[in-house]
Design a protein around this ligand. Structure first.
Ligand code: FE2
Ligand code: FE2
Length: 161
């Protein structure tokens, strides 16, 4: 399946610049990074979960949202703006540059803007995406467990399906 929007975002200059800024800012980060590997994991876990629950999800929309959901990280590191909030602004610009249809843009911005919220409606794409974002982290093999501020109950200490 060709993921048209996903690949437009992936090759967009503005997107690559933001990604590079995050990469440099996280170069010495001991905690989870916000890189392409993370974005791919979140997309795949979201799509698997949606399939399991019989929830319709367009892979192009989910991969696009995954690529964009943490794009506000650099603004958080440098300006202290929460990255979900900063991410909506940057994602909106990139989605305009990539000729994203307005209805799809609305879904992607909703996911980006709410990916840190725990009160999304159950079985919504936003809820599943948030869940996948957390589940994507491999706490069980993390070298920074002692310093991590994630509550012990929330850590992924087992491999589950
Ligand atoms: Fe995030
Ligand atoms: Fe994330």
């Amino acid at each position: 399946m060709e993921l048209v929007l996903t690949n437009r975002i992936l090759t967009n200059g503005h997107y690559r610049e933001e990604l590079e800024k995050i990469r440099c800012a996280e170069e010495n980060r001991i905690f989870c990074r916000h890189d392409i590997e993370h974005f791919m994991n979140v997309a795949r876990i979201t799509l698997i979960r949606c399939a399991e629950k019989g929830i319709e999800a367009d892979p192009d929309v989910i991969y696009s949202a995954a690529l964009l959901h943490d794009i506000g990280r650099y603004a958080e590191y440098t300006e202290g703006i929460p990255h979900d909030e900063a991410g909506v602004k940057i994602a909106s610009e990139i989605l305009e540059e990539t000729d994203c249809p307005q209805d799809v843009k609305a879904v992607i911005l909703s996911i980006t803007g709410s990916h840190r919220r725990t009160d999304n409606e159950k079985d919504s794409l936003e809820y599943i995406f948030h869940w996948a974002d957390k589940k994507s982290r491999m706490c069980f093999c993390c070298q920074a467990q002692a310093e991590c501020n994630w509550h012990h109950d929330k850590r992924n200490m087992d491999i589950e399906v």
